[in-house]
Design a protein around this ligand. Structure first.
Ligand SMILES: CC(C)(COP(=O)(O)OP(=O)(O)OC[C@H]1O[C@@H](n2cnc3c(N)ncnc32)[C@H](O)[C@@H]1OP(=O)(O)O)[C@@H](O)C(=O)NCCC(=O)NCCS
Length: 160
């Protein structure tokens, strides 16, 4: 099976916040951003594994800055870490005011996707080879999160 680099599957998308994306405070609904995050992450996951990819979990989603109507929203998604059938995708959301040029990281999230074979069962996916310093840092941090998730799931199963 071939290995891939994060850049082989990374995805960048851009949306503009329209009035229908906003709440009654004039800032974007968290659920809209979550939906855009899901789509960007799913595309990165499919590109990495070359199979159908479904989300099995999302965690550590942090909303740091409000996003206003008219702002541009840039989503960058890339594969941080790969297990046997699962992969962690990191998504960074940046808001940009196209008039003033002001920008900032608004939201970050980590999602786990599983590659599915034609039988809809988890399938072995390509390994990930991080190349840059940033990619190696993301890989190491994701490895810690993956181990922590597995430990937590095991503890919960033992108690239930
Ligand atoms: C994805 C699915 C097929 C996995 O089935 P499963 O029986 O849980 O599979 P496994 O227990 O073999 O786990 C598969 C991988 O997912 C990981 N995983 C399972 N549950 C997880 C969770 N809650 N968080 C993080 N990783 C998880 C496992 O560690 C394993 O990873 P690895 O192979 O890299 O070691 C099944 O859970 C499913 O169909 N879920 C619904 C998906 C969906 O509809 N998503 C929303 C729309 S995209």
């Amino acid at each position: 099976m071939i290995s891939k680099h994060p850049k082989d599957s990374s995805v960048e998308t851009r949306n503009i916040v329209m009035p229908e994306h906003a709440n009654h405070y004039g800032t974007v609904f968290g659920g809209v951003i979550m939906s855009w995050i899901d789509i960007a992450a799913a595309m990165a996951a499919e590109r990495h594994c070359g199979h159908e990819a479904v989300m099995v979990s999302i965690d550590t989603i942090s909303f740091r800055l409000p996003i206003n109507i008219g702002d541009h929203v840039v989503l960058k998604a890339s594969v941080n870490f790969v297990g046997t059938t699962s992969m962690e995708i990191g998504v960074q959301v940046t808001k940009e005011n196209p008039i003033t040029g002001e920008s900032g990281v608004s939201t970050t999230a980590y999602l786990t996707f599983v590659g599915l074979g034609k039988d809809k069962k988890p399938v072995k996916i390509p390994d990930l080879i991080p190349e840059t310093e940033d990619e190696r840092r993301r890989f190491k941090n994701a490895e810690i999160r993956v181990a922590a998730r597995k430990k937590l799931l095991k503890q919960i199963k033992l108690k239930s």
